[in-house]
Design a protein around this ligand. Structure first.
Ligand code: G4P
Length: 508
């Protein structure tokens, strides 16, 4: 059985993802001082010269991969960029993980970005462990939080631990499995390793009562239901004060699934298969026009990868030798000698590898299911120099193939529309148009709010097209897309056209 656990953290900005990441890496011995995650990020940016925008804006444009080990388990934590750098990469990263940790703020509950990311996990039945963070501060009642998770996400919830008070009366975290309390110590009221059994009078009566109700009132943990994505175990803790972090690592090690089989056009590919297969879920480009190099992030689905191995990209047909693959360790980039199913490797290339590509030793597999996601921001592209139409079309086709943006060509009119899920993608687009294609363009408001891919019989699609031509476009592959003015518009059309599916995703 594989000892790999490949997962991501999903959360709304400020819930504590960075802090928790640091603590996970600390526990895994990957870093030695808290605070290094951010600092090291900055140092790395200065050193490596990736992406002008990354430097200008001081943010990380792309996801990185952090690896740590504990008790014989190798954890691959894939960062899902949030904040301003929220983009389709954030979503796509979730296609490369086997499970996720959902971090929510004890005082705020489920927030919009948590929900969006959760929906992507649900689409792929990615199992979720919930971590309710910041219990060292005042928060909502535990029952309220549990019920909110259950209602908002339509999941069964099972509390695995319980905060002994919150905020001013916080006295630790109780673990139902071991029947022990982790206690705060010192001026910082941190968890430094003090664990006590639950004895008579160890905690205030009202909290003891609440805990009993909690234990009795929710179902027992069911591994299969969790792995199917129907149930989430809920841990309470404080990333800042180190509560619940160890329990979380333990939960990932014990419950989170090892590398899962992946769907392909040739059927399900098992991680036990001996030859190497994998898919590219993200491409990181260098903004320097002199350097056309890219890093393609590949998730290994099967086999043992060795340095120098020849792999055949599905889009290319001829093998490429992967001489200097990169593993993104927490401490540093290191040259990988071997990697296994579940691991991520970075493959330097000059634009040959695209998001969604399969790489394999025998060129006999094509993975499916790396979707496009309905854009949330749509803009019209306006050329400053109208004679550059051809270059623009090529650039938009290239960049959409690479996965930077999506492009829609309206059936009526000549103004092309680009779609993204995060604002930063637009900045990347404008910079790359200029730097790589020498095209100056402006992005203007579009009358549309979102887009849906149309699925249905040819006749049904044709019938719809005849009446809605002004709201129709084609994507880069020529597939029909309904350009919607609002979410309401989508619902309205869906109701009127029951033969059609208005899909928020498109399998590539
Ligand atoms: P994010 O990556 O999800 O955006 O969150 P991040 O970890 O940066 O945490 C957001 C803020 O919440 C930070 O405070 C952080 O110190 C705080 N925080 C995280 N976990 C806990 C916790 O368990 N308890 C408490 N009380 N606070 C927590 P900040 O002041 O905004 O940032 P900083 O200047 O401390 O970095």
């Amino acid at each position: 059985m594989s000892n790999r656990r490949t997962f991501a953290i999903i959360s709304h900005p400020d819930a504590g993802k960075t802090t928790l990441t640091e603590k996970l890496l600390l526990q895994g011995g990957a870093i030695h001082l808290a605070g290094e995650v951010k600092a090291r990020g900055a140092a790395r940016r200065a050193r490596s010269d990736w992406m002008k925008i990354e430097q200008q804006r001081g943010i990380s444009v792309t996801s990185s991969v952090m690896t740590f080990q504990k008790d014989g388990i190798v954890f691959n934590l894939l960062d899902t960029p949030g904040h301003e750098d929220f983009s389709e990469d954030t979503y796509r990263t979730l296609t490369a993980v086997d499970s996720a940790i959902m971090v929510i703020d004890a005082a705020k509950g489920i927030e919009p970005q948590t929900r969006k990311l959760f929906e992507v996990c649900r689409m792929r039945s990615v199992p979720i462990i919930t971590f309710v963070n910041k219990v060292d501060r005042e928060g909502r009642s535990v029952f309220e939080t549990l019920d909110e998770v259950a209602d908002a996400l339509a999941l069964d919830v099972v509390p695995m631990s319980w905060p002994v008070g919150m905020g001013g009366v916080f006295q630790g975290v109780y673990d139902f499995a071991t029947r022990t309390i982790s206690r705060p110590e010192g001026d910082g009221r941190e968890f430094l390793g003090k664990v006590e059994p639950l004895t008579e009078g160890a905690i205030p009566d009202d909290i003891a009562e609440e805990m009993e109700l909690g234990e009795a009132g929710y179902p027992a943990f069911d591994l299969e239901a969790y792995r199917n994505g129907d149930l989430t175990p809920v841990y309470f803790g404080s990333a800042l004060k180190n509560f619940g972090v160890e329990a979380l690592i333990d939960a990932i090690a014990r419950f989170a699934p090892p590398p899962r089989p992946q769907p392909s056009e040739q059927g399900i590919i098992d991680p036990e298969r001996s030859d190497v297969t994998g898919f590219v879920f993200k491409v990181q480009a260098n903004m320097d026009p002199q350097h056309r190099d890219r890093i393609a992030f590949m998730r290994l689905v099967s086999g043992t990868f060795r340095r120098g191995m020849k792999l055949i990209p599905s889009g290319l047909g001829k093998p490429i030798a992967v001489h200097s693959p990169i593993l993104f360790f927490a401490q540093d980039r290191e040259i990988a000698d071997t990697a296994e199913a579940g691991d991520i490797i970075g493959i330097p290339n000059h634009g040959t590898l695209r998001v969604g590509d399969t790489l394999s030793e025998r060129n006999d597999v094509r993975f499916t299911g790396l979707p496009n996601f309905a854009p949330e921001i749509l803009r019209r592209v306006v050329l400053k120099d109208p004679t550059k139409t051809k270059q623009l079309r090529k650039a938009l086709d290239d960049l959409s193939e690479e996965g930077v943006i999506q492009v829609f060509y309206p059936e009526i009119g000549s103004q092309w529309i680009v779609g993204v899920v995060g604002q930063l993608q637009l900045d990347v687009l404008v910079s790359r148009l200029e730097a790589e294609y020498k095209v100056e363009a402006m992005l203007e408001a579009s009358p549309f709010d979102t887009a849906r891919w149309l699925k249905g019989s040819d006749a049904a699609i044709k019938g719809f097209e005849d009446f809605n031509r002004s709201n129709l476009a084609r994507d880069r592959d020529g597939d029909p897309v309904f350009m919607a003015r609002s979410a309401w518009d989508v619902g309205y059309q869906q109701e009127r056209n029951p033969d059609l599916v208005f899909s928020a995703t498109k399998e590539r």
